[in-house]
Design a protein around this ligand. Structure first.
Ligand SMILES: Cc1cc2nc3c(=O)[nH]c(=O)nc-3n(C[C@H](O)[C@H](O)[C@H](O)COP(=O)(O)O)c2cc1C
Length: 176
C-alpha cells in the first residue's frame, strides 16, 4: 500500500514514528506530511531518517514540487492522520485548506483514516464531536481514541491507540 502519514500537533506525535516503522517493516510505502505544530513536538529529522526526502512540512517550500498536494493525493491509496489534533479535524470537517496537510486532505480521493488524540475534555467538546461526526458521515474512517492516562496524568478518553492497532485497522480497511 502507498500511504501518506499525516502528523499533527499532539503530545502523542512521537508515536507516529512507531506507526511509520510498522508500515515500513511490512513493506508499505510511506510519505510524511507534518503540520507546523507537529514539528514542535517531534523533529522532521526523526522521520527524515526513515524516509529520506519524503517528509513534507510546508505548502510553499523553495524547490518543492509546486503540485505536491495534488501529486500526494494522486499517488497514494490511503491518507492516515495519526495523531489527529482537534484543529486538523476541524479543518478537515470544514474544508479548510490552509496548510499542506489540510490541502492534501481536500485533494485526496482515496481512503482517509483519522486517529484523534487529545485531552478527554477536548474530545468531548461538542464542536469536536460534531466535526468527527461530519467526517464519519462523509466516509472518513475514525479510529476511536483509547481510555487511559492522559498527558496531565488524569485518566480519560483521548489516547492514541498503539501503532499495532492503527496498522491493523488500516490493513482491514484496505481489504474491504
Ligand atoms: C503541550 C501541548 C500538547 C498538546 N496536545 C494536543 C493533543 O494531544 N491534541 C490536540 O488536539 N491538541 C493538542 N495541543 C494543541 C495543538 O497543538 C494546537 O491546537 C495546534 O494549533 C494544532 O495544530 P495542527 O492541527 O496544525 O497540528 C497541544 C498543545 C500543547 C502546547
Amino acid at each position: 500500500m502507498k500511504l501518506v502519514l499525516g502528523v499533527s500537533g499532539s503530545i502523542s506525535a512521537y508515536k507516529a514514528v512507531d506507526i511509520l516503522r510498522l508500515f515500513q517493516k511490512n513493506g508499505h510505502d510511506v510519505s510524511l506530511v507534518m503540520t507546523r505544530a507537529a514539528t514542535r513536538f517531534i523533529a522532521p529529522l526523526t522521520f527524515e531518517t526513515f524516509v529520506p526526502g519524503r517528509v513534507f512540512c510546508e505548502m510553499f517550500a523553495p524547490g518543492q514540487d509546486p503540485l505536491l498536494h495534488i501529486n500526494l493525493a494522486r499517488n497514494n491509496d490511503l491518507l492516515l492522520v495519526a495523531p489527529a489534533s482537534a484543529d486538523i479535524i476541524g479543518k478537515m470537517a470544514g474544508g479548510i485548506a490552509d496548510d499542506l496537510l489540510s490541502t492534501v486532505f481536500c485533494a485526496f480521493y482515496q481512503r482517509v483514516v483519522v486517529a484523534p488524540a487529545m485531552n478527554s475534555h477536548m474530545l468531548d467538546n461538542p464542536a469536536v464531536a460534531d466535526n468527527l461526526g461530519r467526517l464519519r458521515s462523509r466516509g472518513v474512517e475514525v479510529i476511536e481514541a483509547e481510555t487511559g492516562p492522559l498527558a496531565n496524568l488524569e485518566t480519560g478518553r483521548g489516547r492514541l491507540p498503539d501503532a499495532d492497532a492503527i496498522y491493523r485497522h488500516c490493513l482491514n480497511l484496505a481489504r474491504v
